[in-house]
Design a protein around this ligand. Sequence first.
Ligand SMILES: [Zn+2]
Ligand SMILES: [Zn+2]
Length: 231
Amino acid sequence: MLLDFLFPRVCVWCWKKWEYLCSECKKELYSHPEICPFCHQKSSDFQTCKSCAESQILKWIIIWFAYKWVAKKLILKAKFAHKKDVIWFMAKRLALLVQTNQQLKSKLENFELFISYIPSHWRRHYYEKWYNQSKLLAKSLANELWIPMLKLASKKSYTVSQLHLNRDERKKNLKWVFHVKDLSRLPNWATVLLVDDVTTTGSTLSELAKSIHDEREDMNFRWVVIARNMW
Ligand SMILES: [Zn+2]
Ligand SMILES: [Zn+2]
């Protein structure tokens, strides 16, 4: 493309031309060790450990990288330069993790796997200039895996002004509240991959999963992220 000549892509790490991540720097990307998403102890297949599972809806996570070095640069490039092809590149790598995961592989073959993301409130969405990175990543992953991306919920606006509330009431009011859509057409025991770019505490995702779980107890959720923030 002409644009590629005028504004050539360069490697985010070594500035070599024509690719966002050159083949040499790709070797610097290492898979994240398998851990419990909440207490971060070693746990096979990124399963939520027994003690955390008592209070958590999300039973697994998939993490591609630790949020540092090359991976961090790549994510920041996608975020601030709004680079769609960087997101596609990352989605391809995530797709590989899903396709090679024993449990998800069978779900994929049986058409029981779906993708969703955290809906953003319309006003925030507007200020972000219609750009929701997690949604774009989710969409790219869905395309890559040939499975549907669903909007399972929408976000309600804050109903009460914060001004006249005490601390506890404010906290309650600030909790994310989701409107769950009609889920009756989803097959039993469907698994939903909830996609996010970088992990935070997972509280918003947990809240979303909880809201959906209240409607459909048989559904499973797996949190999928590109990188884990080393908080
Ligand atoms: Zn490079
Ligand atoms: Zn744990």
